[in-house]
Design a protein around this ligand. Structure first.
Ligand code: PMP
Length: 378
């Protein structure tokens, strides 16, 4: 039986070095990092060192690093927390129609509960936000603009530098980007970005970890009260083992980025060539200049879910849409935006790659996909 994982955008396995370091740290340190005794202050030192390392890697201040449980929490914290802190200035938020559900549902919550108005920007045929659309949407009472860096279904990359620069130079709004699919993969210039976040479990660290970078001047009302942890933004005993591993994973990821990026780009190209050679009823939905870590495609007449299940039975693991929206019955908004086709957007397949992915795995994947495709012919 195969065991071919091609769903790295949903989550990654833990790097061996991280797993070893995690086991070791769990063994030697277990105190509460806020306890004032020696064991507590030792634990606190691990947490401080992790924060320092991430701040250095991202070229921000230590107090701008807020550890979270991942991007769902960070997106909730940013959208709701900024809205509550600045609602006196205005109650208008701009985001896009293709954000992650954790961000879209947070916006919906503000519309339903705090009378906020949210503008959802459309995306163009490349799955990107147009600056002109943002210019038209921005108002005097806009307090926050949130645009994702890399889309999790298509891999389309937004020009975050250009968009954030415009917002910061022409409005009072904060600029946030969900960098979950970008961190350690795409080189994004965050100079004009006030807030951005990523998850540890997408960069080969443990599940339930993540980071929100929050520029010092930005105010946020916390969602979790009850402790001074994370600069009063997230009460509760620190999961510092996870935070330490997240900092280590980011360091290793950034150190190896160029080499791993080149490999993934080659794998992506290899798969596209093989798919085009093997099938004549296949549509690639990811734009040409998408992040190579994600490839979205569909067959003209085949149900995506059936293919994902058949591949899974053969020991090959990919996604139909993204893992986060795979239970939703409706179509993928991201895929619809670039294809304008309902069937395609309900039946798209997402393959996502890693430095661990080999050409041999791709060969087996395409062979199995062909077998399943032909069996489904009737
Ligand atoms: N944003 C994006 C773009 C994502 O891809 C994901 C994960 N699928 C999330 C947010 C949520 O992250 P987490 O699973 O760490 O809560």
């Amino acid at each position: 039986m195969n065991n071919i994982y091609l769903d790295y955008a949903a989550t990654t396995p833990v790097r061996k070095e991280i797993l070893e370091a995690y086991k070791k740290l769990l063994d030697i340190s277990y105190a509460n990092s806020d306890s004032i005794h020696a064991l507590g202050s030792e634990a606190g030192k691990y947490l401080t060192a992790a924060r320092k390392q991430i701040a250095n890697l991202l070229n921000v201040k230590e107090k701008e690093i807020v550890f979270t449980s991942g991007s769902t929490e960070a997106n909730n914290l940013v959208i709701k927390g900024v809205a509550m802190a600045y609602k006196g200035r205005g109650k208008h938020i701009i985001t896009t129609s293709i954000e992650h559900p954790s961000l879209l549902d947070s916006c919906k919550w503000l519309e339903e509960n705090l009378d906020f108005e949210v503008t959802y920007l459309p995306v163009n045929k490349e799955g990107k936000i147009e600056l002109d659309d943002l210019k038209k949407a921005i108002r005097e009472d806009t307090i926050l603009v949130s645009i994702m860096a890399v889309n999790n279904e298509l891999g389309s990359i937004n020009d975050i530098y250009k968009l954030s620069k415009y917002v910061k130079e022409n409005s009072i709004a904060m600029f946030h980007t969900d960098a979950t699919q970008a961190m350690g993969k795409e080189n994004i210039d965050y100079s004009y970005v006030d807030l951005y976040n990523f998850s540890g479990h997408k960069i080969y660290s443990l599940k339930g970890s993540g980071v929100l970078v929050k520029k010092e001047k930005v105010r946020i009302v916390p969602l979790i009260s009850g402790g001074q942890q994370e600069f009063n933004l997230r009460g509760g005993t620190s999961n510092y083992h996870n935070h330490v591993m997240c900092s280590k994973a980011l360091r290793i990821g950034l150190e190896n980025h160029q080499k791993e990026y080149r490999h993934v780009k080659e794998i992506n190209k290899y798969l596209i060539t093989k798919l085009n050679e093997t099938f004549d009823d296949l549509i690639i939905n990811s734009p040409m200049d998408a992040s190579p870590y994600i490839l979205n495609f569909a067959f003209k007449n085949k149900r995506g879910e059936v293919i994902v299940n058949a591949l899974s039975n053969a020991g090959i693991y990919i996604s139909s849409k993204s893992a986060c929206s795979s239970y939703s019955k409706d179509y993928s908004k991201s895929v619809y935006a670039v294809t304008r086709d309902e069937f395609t957007s309900k039946n798209s397949l997402r393959v996502s790659f890693s430095y661990l992915t080999s050409k041999e795995e791709i060969d087996i994947f395409v062979k199995e996909l062909k077998r399943i495709h032909d069996e489904l012919k009737g």
